[in-house]
Design a protein around this ligand. Structure first.
Ligand code: HMG
Length: 738
């Protein structure tokens, strides 16, 4: 059976939040009633202008990054905070995100269960149509009366999930247990803006329905409690989830184990109830927060919607799922919320949208990329929010002042090739740079001045976005196997243009006037020194500095990775990491540790651009790496170099470089001419090795690192071999302003 599930998922919540301590104070309660009794700490509060549509569009915009929107066949919008009895909220989202007109859009309702309903209706369709994608969005605002028992269990949020066959994140299993019963535990008649609820009864039903749906699921699937590694629950208040999990443990005669749910509750404790989205907020929380690699782990899901429908089902986390996560975006979102005073909360809560067809301009508050701007003739008018330069102005730097940013190149000291097979690598930022300078231009266009590529062009903002969309489209063809990576970027200068395009798209930037972007590089292209990573980072950072728009490092990394994929297909992110952080980095699988840079005389020799690509080298060397012994030999040499670095031992460093060179010769990536050069370096008491993929044809291998205290020898040898040489040292700074 075709695997179907969540390819990627992103959540969005309002930019304002109320700490429940402030609510407790206003209500004359002990804050621990909320912090401890409900295990709820903070709740998101939407300002005027933020509603289920704007939250949904923001979540979906993030989830759709890197997804070909032309493949979205359906948009299923799950909510119980509907804004219209007839028109589906998803149609507004469809318009805001420019989704294709061939797309089925519908809204689903059954209290907090509707997100799961959308998902379960979508999965069989995807099994039948594995080339399609479905966008499921669950978006809700949990609202009870002021000063009622439900008040502390409010919240707001949206989760957008791109569902597909062969998903990157999570594959659902087909078995489920589902139970429907007509009860009145929570409901909202059409004429009310707040829900009515019998809190205690609803909590009891939540547990009863858990038992019923779990038992049915167990019977259908034949799985026991122990077959599940983690558990996600619909989360009206975190304490109820903890109680429910204990109840499930008891039903299954299991010992107390809270770790299985703790990570899934982190976001819920900060956001509050988000009704239909809440179960998937808990999934995002678990995937983002789990320290261990969850690949292959089974998650049990409990979905409950008052009224009521309950469903139990399961899914398996897919290997490599971390690449599809939006953890940095979520972290920024939650960390950047503005805390409200009680009075501000009440002001937001009591804000009323006109209901008489009159015209009402909605005051501007902080939102994501979209806001409800106006009510007019009973219509809701949404708009895209532009981050204007004036809004972001930093007092210290005048608008329009030229900005210069340096991004260092990198050298792999040890571990090239073997890193592909899970072995460690050591890489170092070096004092050679790509420099991006941004300055104002009178024409309202972007002038690219890429002197190293002999490229000068003017692009209108519209043309820039069209170019970005075209490149993304080509990339999807590459992913589908219809294109080679060399066809994605048609010209090398398009990389800088694409980097600017996705940066402005992702941060919703508008350029107030024309700008000129000058890019200069003293890194040779295609020589394994990370020139494309440094180009992308320098352009993105320079634009963000110029516009005074904060760009957290993780966000910069994610955007830059998306751009680098256009050049390298599926970038490992290693070059970007080094250029971003600077210094020397020891990388082993997911872990990255800083190391001291070598304080030794090093030279960078350019043996010429290799005739073969990195991809060809990796392919040609693959048979060697079937040998476990060889992999371990590479690993051992990198560890030996790491140890030499810690001790700053010059002889040990040279010994490790020589040993590494031998291994690289063995796998056939050091051309004969370069081998002769290195042999002469060694004969003079030095050590040398190629840095990067090397070459499997021709006699040029890109960068060669020489470690010697005899400068004269290296200069003489280079002039004999026709190579350029420069002294080089480690650069401690990552991408930085002049
Ligand atoms: P409440 O009145 O806040 O609860 O209502 P409580 O007075 O029973 O207190 C809660 C806990 O705090 C108790 O512990 C107290 O002892 C403890 P427990 O007995 O539960 O172990 N406590 C303290 N602890 C430490 N220090 C103190 C202190 N004082 C008391 N000083 C309730 C809680 C959730 C019912 C309420 O917020 C509510 O009505 N919320 C809305 C309904 C709801 O969330 N129901 C949950 C199940 S229904 C559901 O999930 C569907 C839903 O999402 C809607 C949909 O489907 O669309 C709601």
């Amino acid at each position: 059976m075709v695997k179907v599930g969540i390819d990627t998922l992103a959540l969005y919540t309002s930019r304002y939040a109320l700490d429940l301590g402030a609510l407790a104070k206003a209500r004359g309660m002990d804050p621990n009633k909320y912090y401890v009794g409900l295990a709820q700490h903070v709740m998101s509060v939407p300002p005027p202008g933020e509603d289920i549509v704007t939250m949904a569009a923001n979540a979906a915009k993030q989830a759709l990054q890197g997804v070909d929107t032309q493949s979205i066949e359906m948009l299923l919008f799950a909510t119980e905070s509907g804004i219209d009895q007839s028109k589906a909220a998803g149609i507004y989202v469809h318009e805001l995100l420019h989704l294709p007109s061939r797309c089925r859009v519908v809204e689903l309702k059954q209290a907090c269960y509707s997100g799961t309903a959308a998902l379960q209706l979508a999965l069989p369709y995807l099994r039948e149509n594995p080339q399609k994608k479905i966008l499921v969005i669950a978006s809700d605002i949990a609202r009870y009366g002021l000063n009622t028992p439900g008040e502390s269990s409010q919240g707001a949020g949206a989760v957008a999930m791109v569902l597909s066959a062969h998903p990157r994140m999570l594959a659902f299993e087909p078995e489920y247990g589902v139970v429907t019963e007509s009860v009145m535990d929570f409901w909202r008649p059409n004429y009310r803006h707040e829900a009515l609820v019998d809190g205690k009864y609803s909590s009891k039903l939540y547990l009863t329905m858990l038992e019923k749906s779990w038992q049915q699921y167990q019977t259908v699937s034949g799985r026991s409690f122990a077959d599940h590694d983690y558990f996600c629950y619909h989360t009206p208040v975190p304490r109820l989830v903890e109680k429910a999990h204990h109840y499930l443990l008891k039903l299954n005669n299991q010992a107390h184990l809270s770790e299985e749910v703790n990570d899934s509750l982190i976001y819920g404790k900060q956001i509050g109830n988000s009704y239909a989205a809440s179960l998937y907020v808990s999934l995002a929380s678990l995937l983002d927060a789990a320290k261990e690699d969850l690949s292959g782990k089974r998650i049990g899901f409990y979905s409950y919607g008052s009224g009521c429908v309950a469903e139990y089902f399961s899914g398996i986390v897919q290997p490599g799922y971390r690449a599809a996560l939006h953890s940095a975006y979520h972290a920024d979102l939650l960390a950047g919320r503005k805390p409200l005073t009680y009075e501000e909360y009440e002001q937001f809560y009591t804000f009323k949208y006109v209901e008489d067809g009159g015209s009402q301009a909605i005051p501007t508050y902080q939102t994501g990329s979209f806001r409800l701007a106006k009510m007019e003739q009973h219509k809701r008018i949404y708009e895209q929010v532009n981050v204007s330069v004036r809004q972001r102005r930093n007092d210290r730097i005048e608008e329009g002042q030229p900005v210069k940013v340096y991004a260092p190149g990198k050298l792999i000291l040890s571990g090239e090739h073997a890193v592909v097979y899970g072995q460690p690598a050591l890489a170092m930022a070096v004092n050679r740079y790509v420099t991006a300078t941004v300055m104002p231009e009178t024409v309202p266009q972007v002038l690219f001045d890429l002197s190293d590529l002999s490229h000068h062009s003017h692009l209108s903002f519209g043309a820039l976005h069209a170019l970005k969309d075209r490149i993304k489209h080509q990339y999807h063809k590459f992913i589908r196997g219809d294109f080679s990576i060399r066809e994605v970027l048609q010209k090398p200068f398009e990389l800088a243009q694409f980097a600017l395009g996705i940066l402005t798209e992702s941060l919703n930037l508008t350029l107030p006037h024309g700008v000129k972007i000058q890019v200069q590089s003293d890194l040779p292209i295609g020589c394994g020194m990370g020139s494309s990573a440094a180009t992308i980072l320098s352009v993105m950072q320079a634009i963000s500095n110029y516009l005074h728009v904060p760009l957290p490092p993780e966000k910069l990394f994610q955007l830059a990775l998306e751009a680098e994929n256009m050049q390298h297909g599926r970038s490992s992110g290693l070059d970007l990491r080094v250029a971003l952080e600077g210094g020397c980095l020891y990388m082993h699988q997911q872990s990255i540790q800083k190391r001291a840079v070598p304080e030794m005389p090093l030279y960078l020799v350019n043996s010429g651009t290799p005739l073969t690509t990195t991809g060809q080298c990796v392919e040609k060397t693959a048979p060697y790496f079937t040998s476990q012994q060889l992999r371990e030999d590479f690993g051992a040499v990198t560890r030996a170099m790491d140890e030499a670095l810690r001790q700053q031992s010059w002889p040990n460093m040279q010994a490790a470089i020589r040993a590494n060179h031998q291994l690289l010769v063995h796998i056939g990536v050091v051309p004969e001419k370069v081998q002769r050069f290195i042999a002469e370096v060694e004969a003079s008491g030095g050590a040398a090795k190629i840095c990067g993929a090397g070459a499997v044809a021709g006699d040029q291998a890109g960068a060669v690192l020489v470690a010697t205290d005899n400068k004269q020898v290296v200069t003489t040898l280079c002039s004999r071999f026709g190579y350029n040489v420069i002294p080089i040292s480690g650069e401690l700074r990552g991408v930085h302003a002049a």
